[in-house]
Design a protein around this ligand. Structure first.
Ligand code: IYR
Length: 222
């Protein structure tokens, strides 16, 4: 095997004071993010979404195969189709499929089968994990590695990029989500991972009064 081509790493050390300030500023930015379920219909330029998708595409991933595909949907007809298919699944979920424990866990969020945000918000981003692909060099089908982990990390990058850009998001997971392959014409080698809703919050939006766990209960230092 040839040794891989290497390039110098671009990295500048910050002072500890600078690191502290940068970590604090980032934390303050991240903790101001809230999941939003009431979106304004106001349009958001496509290029802003595209830049956030490029940021998502920088995520670390298995063997750099970048096993993800994002479909950004601004078309009103496609959004309506997705809304109808998602609401059909959600009606089943809330009426029959949801176990009681799950129902109880969701009660503080006040969610139900109605998903108006899927047609109101300017952008839906359907995120797919790519489990296999055809190698353009050989025509062979090849697997990807750690697609779920990779697409999860990329989705995190995307959510923080959209938030940093000044947009609100909602991670939406109708289950099952196979209808996304059909509506968006994606191959079966791609598994829907998440539907991300992006836009501006509707004026006067309220969010549940919930808190995040303190550091001591989510982390330990040894
Ligand atoms: N997919 C359903 C239920 C739901 C599940 C979880 I876990 C949530 O954090 C919120 C909702 C829905 O979207 O309503």
């Amino acid at each position: 095997m040839d040794s891989p081509a290497l390039v110098p790493l671009s990295f500048e050390r910050k002072t500890e004071t600078e690191m502290r300030a940068a970590a604090e500023a980032n934390y303050a930015g991240m903790r101001s993010r809230r999941s939003v379920r009431d979106f304004a219909p106001d349009p958001v330029p496509q290029d802003i979404i595209a830049t956030c998708l490029q940021a998502a595409g920088t995520a670390p991933n298995g063997a750099n195969l970048q096993p993800w595909h994002f479909v950004a949907i601004g078309d009103a007809g496609v959004k309506q189709c997705i809304r109808e298919a998602a609401e059909a699944e959600e009606r089943e979920f809330y009426a029959h499929r949801a176990p009681n424990d799950w129902r109880k866990a969701l009660a503080p969020l006040g969610t139900n089968a109605e998903k108006p945000f899927l047609s109101v918000a300017p952008w839906l981003i359907a995120i797919f994990a790519v489990n296999a692909f055809v190698d353009p060099a050989t025509g062979e089908r090849r697997p990807t590695y750690y697609p779920k982990e990779s697409v999860g990390i990329a989705t995190g990058f995307l959510i923080s990029a959209l938030h940093a850009a000044g947009l609100a998001t909602l991670t939406h997971t109708p289950s099952p989500m196979n209808f996304l392959n059909e509506i968006l014409d994606r191959p079966t080698t791609e598994k829907p991972f998440l539907l991300l809703v992006a836009g501006y919050p509707a004026p006067g939006t309220h969010v549940p009064n919930i808190t995040k766990k303190p550091l001591e209960s989510i982390a330990s230092f040894v």
